[in-house]
Design a protein around this ligand. Structure first.
Ligand code: URA
Length: 437
């Protein structure tokens, strides 16, 4: 069918066949379909929606537009997690080695920071020598030998998504649930996963700040992924405060190593990490039930196996051989590390979490332009948590900045975006809801 006739059909709210969707995506990939036609199609999808079957066909066509990884030589389940993004979200750095320690293979393809949220690849860049873009052979071998590898998107994985995403970005069609579903899943399915868990963040530091939107996206992703043959469940998790005690690239790597070593484990971060891991272990039949999964994960931490796997992954991908022994020796540090104190007595009752993510961008730990080089050392450590009792001698956090001017601006940002109340606040649950069986 002519491209304009396929667009016309969707414009007229009709259901597209998988053949029509395949034909359209093949044209996007080989360039025979013009950008203006792709833009028109994304707008028609945004306005008129798609059935789960159409979204599945779109996802599979986009997956098939490039290379598909093959892990058939591995003798255990291939699993991964995807997060919709938050502030202080370093879960991937701990989850991948913990799952590998429990017998799964985790080829994790991560992204860079987006908007006010941080990205796993930027965090890993703070480990000197760590290659976030190894060739396919090294990636495959690392997953096979070590159990996990966290890297960036390789050249030819779901190239149709790359083209469509760039067009959506400038045509006001980013927000379509069907297009987001196909975009996320096409890349995940091209990575050859058998099991996936989605961490759908919900709250004032997430892209979805209301439950209805987060739930709708989670339901769409779970339905389509399962229709496409990858067993998937989703957890809606709270993002109304920073996750863990650090925000900033090198600082979050340090917190992750401390977590794996057992030096310090933030309660909320631990709960979310354990629950996401447990979903995958149960779905992949590596644990019989939740209790069994949590026991295995705790054992992976207590025995030091998860830490050892992180150390081996780092070394295999080019990082220092003793990185986990002495992370402080390698992680970059700022000139100024100083607390900002609460200005009154009371309880931390709320955070404007998105603004805290933006405060990291002001410290150059996140981007304002896509080609920007980050200052990986900057950020916030020992971040307070909702419910903490504070007075004027209590640090809300420590600011890691490179100049007095940056420190002053960051202090103001922190003070303006943390609410202190006289009464004890109600704490929100870390896990809001599970979607999928
Ligand atoms: N992340 C993606 O990869 N794609 C989207 O459309 C939105 C978030």
């Amino acid at each position: 069918m002519l491209p304009q006739e396929i667009i016309r059909k969707k414009r007229n709210k009709q259901i597209l066949s998988s053949e029509e969707i395949k034909e359209f995506i093949a044209g996007v990939t080989d360039g025979t379909i013009m950008d203006s036609q792709t833009a028109a199609m994304t707008m028609a999808i945004l306005l008129n929606g798609m059935t789960a079957e159409e979204t599945t066909a779109l996802t599979l066509a986009m997956r098939d537009s490039g290379d598909i990884m093959n892990w058939s030589d591995l003798e255990a389940p291939v699993v991964d997690k995807h997060s919709s993004g938050g502030v202080g979200d370093k879960v991937s750095l701990m989850l991948a080695p913990m799952l590998a320690a429990c017998g799964a293979f985790v080829p994790m393809i991560s992204g860079r920071g987006l908007g006010h949220t941080g990205g796993t690849l930027d965090k890993l860049d703070s480990i000197p020598g760590y290659q976030t873009t190894p060739d396919n052979h090294l990636f495959h071998q690392t997953v096979k030998d070590v159990g996990c590898a966290i890297i960036g998107q390789t050249g030819n994985l779901a190239p149709a998504d790359k083209k469509i995403y760039a067009i959506r970005d400038v045509c006001a069609t980013v927000e379509s649930i069907e297009l987001i579903t196909a975009s996320i899943l096409s890349k995940k399915l091209a990575a050859g996963l058998q099991y996936l868990v989605m961490d759908l963040k919900c709250g004032n530091g997430a892209f979805m700040d209301n439950l209805a939107d987060a739930r709708a996206l989670a339901q769409s992703i779970v339905r389509v992924a399962n229709l496409a043959g990858t067993k998937t469940t989703a957890l809606l998790t709270d993002m109304n405060q920073v996750l863990g005690h650090t925000v900033g690239n090198a600082l979050e790597v340090q917190e992750s190593i401390d977590y794996l070593k057992g030096n310090h484990r933030n309660t909320r971060l631990h709960k979310i990490t354990m629950e996401l891991c447990a979903e995958l272990l149960i779905n992949a039949h590596l644990a019989t039930d939740k209790q069994n999964a949590l026991q295995k994960l705790q054992q992976a931490l207590d025995s030091g196996k998860a830490l050892e796997i992180f150390a081996r992954m780092t070394k295999t991908l080019g990082g220092p051989t003793d990185f986990c022994d002495k992370p402080e020796k390698y992680l970059p540090q700022t000139k100024i590390i100083r607390p900002v104190y609460a200005q009154k007595t009371g309880y931390i009752s709320a955070m404007q979490t998105r603004n805290i993510g933006l405060a990291l961008i002001e410290l150059k730990g996140g981007r304002t332009r896509s080609d920007q080089k980050l200052d990986l050392a900057t950020g916030f450590s020992r971040f307070c948590q909702i419910g903490d009792k504070v007075d004027q001698k209590t640090p809300l956090c420590f600011i890691h900045a490179q100049s007095e001017a940056d420190f002053a601006r960051a202090s103001e940002n922190i003070l303006n975006n943390i609410t202190i109340s006289e009464t004890v606040p109600t704490l929100s649950a870390e896990i809001i809801e599970k979607i999928g069986a």
